[in-house]
Design a protein around this ligand. Sequence first.
Ligand SMILES: NC(=O)C1=CN([C@@H]2O[C@H](COP(=O)(O)OP(=O)(O)OC[C@H]3O[C@@H](n4cnc5c(N)ncnc54)[C@H](O)[C@@H]3O)[C@@H](O)[C@H]2O)C=CC1
Ligand SMILES: O=C(O)[C@@H]1CCC=N1
Length: 269
Amino acid sequence: MNPPGPLLVIGAGKMASALLEGWLALGVDPSAVFAVDPSPAPEVAAALEKAGVQLNAASIPAPSVVLLAVKPQMLEAARATLEAHVGPGALLISVLAGKSIATLEAGLPAGVAVIRTMPNTPAAVGRGVTALIANNAATGEQKALADALLRAVGDVVWLEDESSIDALTAISGCGPAYVFLLAECLAKAGMEAGLPQGMAAHLARATVTGAGELLHRSDLEPDVLRRNVTSPGGVTAAALDVLMGPSGFEPLLKEAVERAVAKSRELGA
Ligand SMILES: NC(=O)C1=CN([C@@H]2O[C@H](COP(=O)(O)OP(=O)(O)OC[C@H]3O[C@@H](n4cnc5c(N)ncnc54)[C@H](O)[C@@H]3O)[C@@H](O)[C@H]2O)C=CC1
Ligand SMILES: O=C(O)[C@@H]1CCC=N1
């Protein structure tokens, strides 16, 4: 899984940190990892230093892999760094929402390998899911390396058609935020139902993670697992009447996902 040469991260933020955390834990050599970030969060800078990754080194050897992880809106500002470090034999792996392979290729040497990906932050604990799509210049070895790097931090899905990445971003890229919001709302509802704050937060967290783990390990479909909780005429059914009603989860998530897809397309325009 170690790249054949140095690995450079441009933009050491939350997504890059999640990937790096997973890679370093699995044995990527930190002395071959470099990061460039003009204003890293202090906790990220401290974690990189502790791990032995060189942040903003004065001189960076030619990387074999460049992970681009700035905000999509910062792509143009990061172009100079990108162009300085992505040589003809390098592989560029981008995690930027919305930014197409053609946009990423602009300004880089002709024939540079580019792999556009959409990971998610559970990669930090080896439970991410990442979609990948490569340009024609990427070799079999480079695709295998990207596959190994992303597979090391979770599941991977290779795409045939780049246009599907906007919908995919709205589901798996953003999805962890929807689940964390569920935990937040469940805790607040618990407090409003009379539980002390700490207990409500604890119960919500344990319930969301426990249900996630059950879904992960079980062969049963989510609707079967839901029915297994729901006694006819019972307590869960009373709650599901609301959550599965006309203003419940389904129409709400449909609208949220539609907006996320539209935003992903807008970022790429
Ligand atoms: N956070 C997430 O769950 C996911 C994020 N992504 C993508 O990852 C990318 C980064 O997102 P986050 O990590 O959440 O953002 P972030 O804001 O945590 O990280 C971005 C980092 O880029 C740095 N930066 C800004 N300008 C730079 C430049 N010119 N050169 C080098 N570094 C520069 C910032 O200082 C910051 O540390 C985005 O493009 C996003 O679409 C993709 C999937 C999931
Ligand atoms: O919010 C964003 O734009 C990025 C893309 C997927 C998750 N975070």
